[in-house]
Design a protein around this ligand. Sequence first.
Ligand code: NAD
Length: 478
Amino acid sequence: MEIRNYINGRFINSISKQNIKVMNPANQETVGFVDEALDEEIELAFSAASDAFRSRILQDMDPFIKSNLMRSIASKLRKYKKIGSQLLSLENGKTINQCAGEFEGAACIFDYYAGLTDKIENKLIPAEKNTFNYILLEPFGVSLQIIPWNYPISLFARSVATSMVVGNTVVIKPPELCPISSNLFGKVFEEVGVPKGILNIVHGYGEITGQKLVDNEKVNHIVFTGSQEVASEILRRTADRVIPCHLELGGKSAAIIYPDANIDKVVDSTVKGIFEPNAGQICVAMSRAIIHSKVKDEFLSKLKKRAEGLRIGPGKNNNSEVTPLITKNHLQRVSNYCMSGIQSGASLVSGGEQIDYNSGNYFKPTIFDNVDYNSTIAKEEIFGPVIAILDFETEEEAITLANSTDYGLASGIFTSNDEKAKWTAERIQAGIIWQNDWFVDAVNLPGGGYKKSGYGRDGGIDSLYSYGQTKRVSKRLH
Ligand code: NAD
């Protein structure tokens, strides 16, 4: 399978004549090749996006027409869900059902934002007598969007759909490890008849193509979803140009488990929060459990039993519960973190090792107990099926532990006492708080990071203000 770059409304033949091999994490077989976009492709993509922006095609589009266009994108995404989910599973490793869920989620995002095109009601502000003051939400211009490999379809949809509502045109780089399924967006946009230049998809390695994209002088806005290290690099590279950046980064999300919680439900939430889906390779994974010492033994013994009973296998089997990690390098990285956990004195309760099966990148669901809050496995994002357990006695201690990392993406509170939950939610530094479950989400709910998990919000109406800028118009009447 050979994948082209999608620029100015069509798939183009490679100019660079370079390509990137994409491998299946479950067996190291080649899934396909994508054309690598270098200088000439990048220039074409930015010229197309910049011309489309200057033509005001999105800004001046009748909101009802834009809405219909976006709903047509949603239906086409549903049409391609089956083929798309098979492709995504091959290159990403998740189960086909999880991948189908991602395509369905992407379609829902376009449907939701299609419903907002005619609902941005700008404000009229009363001020000095005889003046007339109003606020407009306007686009930034050409929005560069860079996507990671773990949820490439839903993340693509959320930043492109929001941009379309606000009026930015887009140059987007899918992740080099998992780029093939994203090209279905090009096919969908072409078939629906989205005017050329509004969406341009370019492929390439982060350190090469990604850097060239960031350095391009036509960039007016950046939406980066990925690691904090790369985000900091992008901020450094764009500092002199003062480019607004919207950053959705990593996490080290903690669940606080009070003694009055239903422990069976907590175990269910933990299994789905860190072991499934996508083997813990999720920005909002429950990578830390901060549990009251009174209920720790019950929680640990139930969690160990569940973790050791999970079916580990390839994504092509929908009954696999723990699928492979993305690459051999990442598998080694997760192993190294587990070694550092043991060296730091944490107790390995379960897992901690790779599984040798059909050349796949499998890692056992892993539980560490008695973790020092200051150790590497308590502070850094491992991005695998590894949970660190820390225990507490007082509520204040639980909050201190929850806030003891540089990240602040998601957090969970498990208790049957709503007052205690409210007290806790107000003190946790994170952009998303879940109570009595992990992953309570919907397309109209905003999310994003505190601290080094980034800034800007995606989802819901709030996100429109991260993808646009307001302009005030003030008139003296006489
Ligand atoms: P990454 O930062 O290595 O790469 C992300 C993207 O940036 C890729 O497309 C990559 O090619 C590109 N890139 C790499 N170096 C670059 C550079 N110097 N200049 C420009 N682009 C560059 O992250 P990853 O390993 O792909 O993804 C995992 C990370 O993403 C984790 O930290 C995870 O928590 C985070 N993530 C966050 C969210 C969120 O919504 N907060 C969602 C998913 C993933």
